[in-house]
Design a protein around this ligand. Sequence first.
Ligand code: FES
Ligand code: FES
Length: 162
Amino acid sequence: MIIWFTLNDDSITIDTDPEFLLVDLLRKEFSLGGARPGCRRGRCGTCAILFNGHVTSSCMLPAFKALGSEIVTIEGFMKTPDFADIERGFQRAGMDPCRFCAAAKVLVTYGLIRHNSSPRAEDIERAANGVFCRCTSYASFVDAIRYAAEARRKRSNVGRVS
Ligand code: FES
Ligand code: FES
């Protein structure tokens, strides 16, 4: 099946098995390894991408669903100013996600703060709970999200003044 979509701002056309999972397609055909297969059941979050602007598990999407869509992977997202806020927040919290969970932690944070840079504590906790990680403390991820939201708020306020 021939499908076309936008990938990290590039227009893509590819002939692929329609049932091939997006997480595998991104890794094998485009060498985009930031979304990583973990549970392959939509639970751990390690295969996170932005799919039409929403944080989505790419292990749950067969390739045919990508037809006409807009996909941003962690590699593309890292080039945006939105990423800079999150990076700042993570650094302030002393959190350095490994390659296995980085896409999930960064994109889940973005999904939470993109439209509301003052999220409620319970929403932050729910977001942090959605990412599987046994090696970093849950509290530092919660702090990282809080600091990222603060960095985004500050940037929005600067934008308003200038
Ligand atoms: S591999 Fe996709 S959610 Fe776990
Ligand atoms: S799984 Fe990446 S830091 Fe824990």
